[in-house]
Design a protein around this ligand. Structure first.
Ligand code: GP9
Ligand code: MN
Length: 429
C-alpha cells in the first residue's frame, strides 16, 4: 500500500544531497546522447597493447577540457547485467538480487523514468537504439513503461546483411545506421545507443581486427581488447558524424561502460593486466570501475575523483538539464554535488566508499588499498555505518521494485505513463 512508501521517502529525505549549483541547468535544451559501451571497463582507458592505445578515441574524449570524466565510477549490476545498467541509469533504482528487474517487472510496474521525465518536463523526443531483437531483456515492454517514443531495434536496419557478430549488428554499422534516424528526430532529443560488439566471447571478423590480443594466456580474456578497440573506432566515427552534421555543438554526450567484460573467474589474467603477481579482493573491487564521461562543448571539464556509480547518473543528468531530481524517488546522488555520500553499493551488499572498501569478506582502506585486519573501534563503527546505509538502500529499492510502489507516488507535474500510447512497430513509425 501507499504507506510502504513512507520509509523510502524518509530515507531519501534524510540522505538528500544538495544538487550542484555550478552545473545546474548548463545543458538545458541540448540534445542528450547516452552511449552504452558494452562491457567496457575503466582499465582500458589509456591502456596500451604493444605500445598501441586500445581506446584512442575514448582517451581523447576522456582527457578533453570540456569533458567531465570520472575515475572512481563503478558498475553496480547484478544478474541482470545490461538490463540492470539500463534500469539504474534511467530510473535510479537498483536491479534485483536475482534475475533481471527489467524482465520481471518491466512490463507491469509503474515507472518514472528518464524518457518520460525529459519528455514531460522539457519536451524531449526520446529514442533507444539496439541492433538486436526487441524482446532481448524485455526492452520492447520496459521501454513503453519508461515512456520511450521510439525504439529502433534490428528490424529498422533492413539493409544490414551479414553484419552481425555475437549480440547483434556490429557497432560501426549500427551507429552509422542509427545516424540516419537521429537526423530525423525533432530536437531536443534524448537518444540512447546500445553497442554490443564488445561482449564476451569478443568475436570479430579478421578485417576489423586492428590491435593485438592481450597476452595473459587466458584465451577467453585475450581477445577482449580487440573488440574494445573496434568499439572505440565506432565511437570515433560516430563523433565525426556528430561534428559533420552540426549536432555536436548542441548536444551533451554521456558515455558509460555497463559492467565488467572480464569476470572475477579470471584472477590470474586480471593480475597480469594490472601488472601484479596476485590480485587481492581490493584489486577485484577496483576492477569493477567502468568509464563514465560527460562531454559538451563549453562544459567545464576535468577528471573528477568522486566515488559513485550507475545509480547516480540520472540525478546528475537531471541537474545538468535543470530538472529538480528531489521531486522523484531516485536512490542516486548528483555526481557533481560537493556534499555527496560517496558510498557505492554493490548488488550483493559489498561496497566502496571514499574511506572503506568491503569486498569478498575483506575490508580495505580505499585510498591505500591496505587491508584492515585490526580495526580500531572507531573504524569498525564507521564501516558498520557505511554497511547499514548500503543494506538499507538496497532493501528499500527492492521494496519499490518488488512492491511496484511508484504506482502510489505522484510527483508534481508528472503524468503517469500509459503504455498503450506507445508502439514500436516498423510499419507504424
Ligand atoms: C543484449 C545485450 C547484452 O541485448 O545488451 O546483454 P548482457 O549479456 O551484457 O546483459
Ligand atoms: Mn552488457
Amino acid at each position: 500500500s501507499s504507506s510502504d512508501l513512507k520509509p523510502v521517502l524518509n530515507f531519501l529525505k534524510k540522505n538528500k544531497t544538495n544538487a550542484d549549483i555550478q552545473y545546474k541547468g548548463v545543458a538545458k535544451g541540448k540534445n542528450v546522447f547516452i552511449i552504452h559501451l558494452e562491457s567496457l571497463q575503466q582499465f582500458v582507458i589509456d591502456y596500451k597493447v604493444d605500445g598501441k592505445e586500445v581506446t584512442p578515441n575514448l582517451n581523447k574524449i576522456y582527457h578533453a577540457s570540456d569533458t567531465i570524466s570520472f575515475d572512481n565510477f563503478f558498475n553496480q549490476v547484478g544478474q541482470g547485467k545490461t538490463s540492470d545498467a539500463e534500469l539504474m541509469l534511467e530510473n535510479s533504482l537498483f536491479g534485483l538480487s536475482e534475475g533481471s528487474a527489467m524482465t520481471i517487472d518491466g512490463t507491469t510496474n509503474t515507472f518514472q523514468a528518464a524518457p518520460a521525465i525529459l519528455s514531460q518536463q522539457q519536451g524531449y523526443t526520446t529514442a533507444s537504439f539496439h541492433g538486436d531483437v526487441p524482446s532481448f531483456w524485455n526492452r520492447d515492454n520496459a521501454y513503453k513503461s519508461w515512456g520511450y517514443d521510439y525504439f529502433f531495434s534490428k528490424s529498422f536496419y533492413p539493409n544490414v546483411k551479414n553484419d552481425e557478430e555475437g549480440y547483434g549488428i556490429k557497432d560501426k554499422i549500427f551507429l552509422k545506421g542509427a545516424a540516419n534516424y537521429i537526423q530525423q528526430l525533432p530536437q531536443p532529443f534524448y537518444a540512447k545507443l546500445i553497442t554490443v560488439t564488445n561482449h564476451y566471447p569478443y568475436p570479430l571478423d579478421k578485417e576489423n581486427i586492428s590491435i593485438d590480443q592481450l597476452k595473459t594466456g587466458d584465451n577467453t580474456v585475450d581477445p577482449y581488447v580487440q573488440t574494445a578497440h573496434y568499439l572505440d573506432q565506432s565511437i570515433g566515427e560516430f563523433m565525426n558524424y556528430l561534428d559533420k552534421s552540426g549536432l555536436r555543438k548542441n548536444s551533451m554526450i554521456v558515455l558509460y561502460g555497463d559492467h565488467y567484460g572480464i569476470s572475477n573467474n579470471h584472477k590470474s589474467a586480471i593480475a597480469d593486466i594490472l601488472g601484479k603477481k596476485k590480485v587481492t579482493n581490493y584489486d577485484l573491487a577496483m576492477f569493477q570501475k567502468v568509464p563514465f564521461m560527460i562531454q559538451m562543448p563549453g562544459l567545464k571539464g576535468g577528471i573528477n575523483h568522486t566515488y559513485g556509480g550507475e545509480i547516480d547518473v540520472l540525478p546528475t543528468i537531471e541537474n545538468l538539464l535543470g530538472i529538480d531530481s528531489s521531486n522523484y524517488v531516485q536512490f542516486g546522488q548528483d555526481l557533481l554535488a560537493t556534499n555527496r555520500k560517496q558510498i557505492v553499493s554493490f548488488r550483493n551488499g559489498d561496497f566502496v566508499s571514499a574511506k572503506y572498501t568491503k569486498y569478498g569478506g575483506d575490508v580495505y582502506d580505499t585510498k591505500t588499498g591496505k587491508k584492515l585486519t585490526h580495526m580500531t573501534k572507531a573504524q569498525k563503527a564507521a564501516v558498520e555505518k557505511d554497511q547499514k546505509y548500503v543494506t538499507t538502500e538496497l532493501n528499500l529499492s527492492d521494496k519499490v521494485v518488488n512492491g511496484d510502489l511508484l504506482r502510489f507516488y505522484h510527483p508534481k507535474g508528472f503524468t503517469k505513463v500509459n503504455k498503450k500510447d506507445y508502439s514500436y512497430n516498423l510499419n507504424k513509425s
